[in-house]
Write a protein that binds this ligand. Structure first.
Ligand SMILES: [Ca+2]
Length: 292
């Protein structure tokens, strides 16, 4: 089990919360987490700072909540790893070996409009649009896919170092997560890493950054196995806000509570709509964020 006591405590302290999470031990922070381990954590965790970390400078993070605007059906076979909005359509990438796909969804009905399989040898991860291509990462194979968003045909590919988790696009970069506390900024045409930023919550590293979304100059990130989404300043890496989605799809109703976690954020810049879902979740939600 991932020990989460010390981390949950830090998260609570950073937000001025009490009773946030239910610590199970006081052990070390997670080491080498994988997306298929049996670790359990439902509260955002900032790990104990490493000795080489710069001095902690706590950054106040808003605690925010949500309202459901609309609830749409979502295919429970979809192990959602990437979600974004483009040209009136929701695009989704899904994971697990032998099950990984890219999909187009109708944002009005949730209907699956098109599906294409990724090779059985890869575990699909985050995705984003760059130019006229849907870019899809994979977990541990170092293989990226370039996909035609109209036909969902693979039209190109690339390789990259390390693990692929989340992906999104700003005006001038692709932004990748890899399960650590870092966001990687990639030059979109070469996929070369041009910058890294360490993400901190209350001055402490926040690991397990997962699915990403660029929203109005911020990077919003799922945190693996947490029911919260964080809003990150892409320059400083500071978490500006923590949006608590506890209860959106109650843990007790999830078939595989350890795996079926909140993951997937899409932003429709034209209308300001925000969509969220999770791995194997039966619903996709349009939500409105409520700040204090
Ligand atoms: Ca996204």
């Amino acid at each position: 089990m991932i020990a989460r006591a010390s981390l949950a405590g830090l998260f609570a302290a950073a937000l001025g919360l009490s009773g946030c999470g239910s610590p199970q031990s006081s052990g070390a922070p997670p080491s080498g987490p994988t997306q298929t381990s049996s670790a359990q954590a439902q509260t955002i965790q900032a790990e104990t700072p490493r000795p080489a970390s710069p001095p902690a400078k706590p950054t106040p993070a808003l605690r925010e909540h949500f309202e459901i605007v609309r609830q749409l059906p979502h295919d429970t076979a979809a192990f959602t790893q990437g979600l974004f909005f483009h040209d009136g359509i929701l695009f989704e990438s899904t994971g697990r070996y032998g099950e990984s796909q890219v999909r187009k969804l109708d944002p009005a009905t949730g209907d699956v409009l098109a599906i294409a399989d990724l090779p059985n040898s890869v575990f699909g991860e985050g995705s984003a649009l760059w130019g006229n291509k849907m870019i899809v990462l994979t977990w541990r194979s170092g293989a990226g896919f370039e996909i035609d968003p109209d036909t969902l045909e693979t039209v190109g590919g690339f390789t990259y170092p390390g693990e692929g988790w989340g992906l999104t696009a700003s005006a001038d970069h692709l932004i990748q997560s890899n399960g650590s506390d870092q966001l990687l900024f990639l030059e979109p045409d070469t996929y070369k890493i041009t910058r890294r930023v360490r993400v901190t919550l209350g001055g402490k590293p926040l690991r397990n950054l997962n699915e990403l979304e660029w929203i109005e100059g911020e990077v919003w990130a799922n945190v693996w196995q947490a029911d919260q989404i964080v809003r990150i300043d892409p320059q400083s890496g500071h978490v500006l806000g923590v949006i608590d989605f506890t209860g959106l799809f109650p843990l007790a109703e999830r078939a595989e509570p350890l795996d079926d976690v909140l993951n997937g954020i899409a932003y429709d810049a034209a209308t300001g709509r925000i969509f969220v879902t999770g791995k194997h979740w039966p619903n996709l939600f349009e939500v409105r964020i409520v700040s204090p």
